[in-house]
Design a binder for this molecule. Structure first.
Ligand SMILES: Nc1ncnc2c1ncn2[C@@H]1O[C@H](COP(=O)(O)OP(=O)(O)O)[C@@H](O)[C@H]1O
Ligand SMILES: [Mg+2]
Length: 385
């Protein structure tokens, strides 16, 4: 086992594409770290540089206590697991899993023991004589993991390993991966574009965009204190509602809000005057005729869609305040907001005009130009009396 460090790692492809830009990431021995971001943001490139499949343009990658920039892929002692399994179709499950050990000329008895242990861990014991085309997608992915496990590498590198599985199986495999990591404790760098996967699987998550890491933190830290509007919108589903507004010396004005006096933000952001983006998580809206004490912001919107999901209901509503294009990410939200409630009470119907209320403490504020969170982390601030 070993720690992994990216120290100012940059990748510029021959055609000039800057795929990874000054990546700095410290993954302690035994950690399961998730690198998450939209398609094309540089995740696979980062992983391939670590595996030795792609040259590093600048910076250093350190595995354990050695710089591995110039170490051959086969000598790096990392095992990569891909989305498309990459199994040998003509080999049995047993032979697929034994392959990396045989390549290393491991004694036959040890090969058998290694394969048996991995097969047991992954529930593949009954399938060792089958070929990949006789397996389901989930079983194939388990074999691919088994093949990585038998090598007992210093680190696992996983590139969207669950993307080819259906939703139910993906959830199940997430659980198995977590269990496997608890058992083996092998340092893992796991890449995905799926924020749900990132939130449920990683002890820490690094959010990447355009080759640049935006924020690294525990899932709840990213959710509660996003460093910028991109992280705020990327983490969480439905995404955070974002509208335009302005801070004017301690008061917050939201564009399109009916009360022209603006929101008393209770002593936060003192002395700040600037154009901002104001964010609210869907669960921080409350539906109701009138604001309750302490609720500072009210929007009256028209209900578009009501999704009853059992434990919770999501009400989508239109409001002119919605910021369509947040920090350059046109994610097709249009002018629709989402409000989440945990059932109970009378639900509105599409077409109804309804009031949505939020308290000042639920608001996230980002600079309208840079998208960076303004001033102190929101939830660390003590609410003013
Ligand atoms: N071999 C290559 N040559 C040039 N550009 C590439 C190459 N591989 C990937 N890219 C570009 O680098 C960027 C990052 O790609 P990639 O690492 O595959 O992102 P991700 O895995 O996050 O989807 C993208 O813009 C992609 O088009
Ligand atoms: Mg990729």
């Amino acid at each position: 086992m070993a720690s992994i460090r990216f120290d100012g790692v940059t990748k510029r492809y021959k055609d000039g594409t800057l795929a990874v830009d000054d990546l700095r990431l410290d993954i302690p021995d035994g950690e399961f770290l998730i690198l998450v971001g939209p398609s094309g943001c540089g995740k696979t490139t980062a992983l391939r540089m670590l595996a030795g499949l792609e040259e590093i343009s600048e910076g250093e990658i350190v595995l354990g206590d050695r710089v591995i920039n110039d170490v051959e892929p086969g000598d790096r002692d990392v095992a990569m697991i891909f989305q498309n399994y990459a199994l040998f179709p003509h080999m049995t499950v047993y032979d697929n899993m034994a392959f990396p050990l045989r390549m290393r000329r491991v004694a036959k008895k040890e090969v058998a023991e290694g394969v048996r242990a991995a097969a047991q861990l992954l529930g593949l014991g009954e399938l060792l004589r089958r070929r990949p085309n006789q397996l389901s997608g989930g079983q194939r992915q388990r074999v691919a993991m088994g093949r990585a496990i038998v090598r007992q590498p210093a680190a696992f590198l996983m590139d969207e390993p669950l993307s080819n599985l259906d939703a139910k199986l993906r959830t199940q495999m997430r659980g198995e991966l977590a269990r496997m990591h608890r058992r083996l404790g092998t340092t893992t760098l796991y890449v995905t574009h799926d924020q749900t996967e990132a939130m449920t699987l990683g002890s820490r998550v690094a959010v990447m965009r355009n080759g640049i890491v935006q924020q690294v933190g525990a899932p709840q830290e990213l959710y509660r204190n996003p460093a910028n509007a991109f992280v705020a919108r990327f983490i969480g589903s439905p995404p955070m509602n974002v509208m335009r507004g302005a801070l004017e010396d301690g008061r917050l004005r939201v564009t399109g809000q009916e009360d022209g006096a603006g929101v008393d933000v209770g002593g936060r952001w003192p002395g700040q005057t600037r154009e901002v983006l104001v964010g609210i998580r869907p669960e921080d809206w409350r539906l109701g005729a009138e604001p309750a004490p302490g609720e500072a912001l009210t929007l009256r919107g028209e209900v578009e869609v009501v999704e009853e999901l059992g434990a919770e209901t999501i009400v989508y509503f239109r409001h002119a305040a919605a910021a369509v294009d947040v920090a350059g990410e046109d994610d097709g939200i249009g002018e629709t907001f989402a409000a989440r409630s945990e059932g109970g009470g009378r639900l509105p119907a599409p077409g109804d005009r309804v009031a949505f209320h939020a308290s000042a403490s639920a608001l996230h504020v980002f600079d309208a130009g840079t998208g960076e969170a303004v001033a102190a982390p929101l939830h660390a601030a003590s609410p003013a009396a």
